[in-house]
Design a protein. Structure first.
Length: 193
């Protein structure tokens, strides 16, 4: 399995504090939450079915490379359900189409090049006041993902048959069986021939 791991600070690294400055403890890269909101869509939505991230909904990219498997993101510890495995994705911008948002988020979080994937289908989880769209894509030209923001501990290609062995984000875990059946039914092979 290929994987990309976020850089970490060594606990043994000496910290030097210039004279007259207060000493601050900086968390390792994977424990840092991005500062401030980056978009008006970066907000929680509450309702009778629970609390969800993304004022205008959210979307994630289910990337399938028939030679490598599914691209999974080990979620940063500060994120909702941190430490679990899921899809690169996040809050949509106002007026943004789900496919565009999923491709944008996957590029931002995992350096997934949109020109190297082809959209297969979308799957929507809708609670009335919020919706999450999974955008399934197949890799048409090989690439290696890279952690490109602090939302990932690790990125990993996981064989389709082994995805369920990971500690999955509850939402993705609940949807995975149906997504897998649909993905494999789309004519994309489970493994290279």
């Amino acid at each position: 399995m290929d994987s990309t791991v976020a850089p970490t600070a060594s606990p043994d690294s000496p910290q030097t504090v210039p004279p007259g400055e207060a000493h601050s403890t900086e968390h390792p890269f994977e424990l840092r939450r991005p500062l401030g909101r980056r978009d008006p869509g970066d907000a929680w939505v509450d309702g009778d079915r629970g609390r969800f991230w993304g004022r205008f909904g959210s979307a994630g990219l289910l990337v399938h490379d028939p030679a490598k498997g599914i691209l999974l993101q080990h979620r940063a510890l500060w994120s909702d359900q941190g430490g679990t495995w899921g899809l690169p994705g996040g809050a949509l911008h106002q007026g943004e189409e789900a496919v565009h948002g999923a491709l944008r988020e996957a590029r931002e979080e995992a350096a997934v090049p949109p020109e190297k994937v082809r959209v297969l289908f979308t799957s929507v989880f809708d609670v009335g006041y919020w919706r999450y769209t999974t955008v399934a894509v197949v890799v048409v030209e090989a690439f290696e993902p890279e952690i490109s923001d602090p939302e990932s501990l690790e990125l990993q290609w996981v064989p389709v048959e082994r995805v369920g062995e990971k500690d999955l984000h509850p939402g993705f875990g609940a949807a995975w069986r149906g997504l897998r059946l649909r993905l494999l039914g789309s004519g994309i092979p489970d493994a290279p021939a």
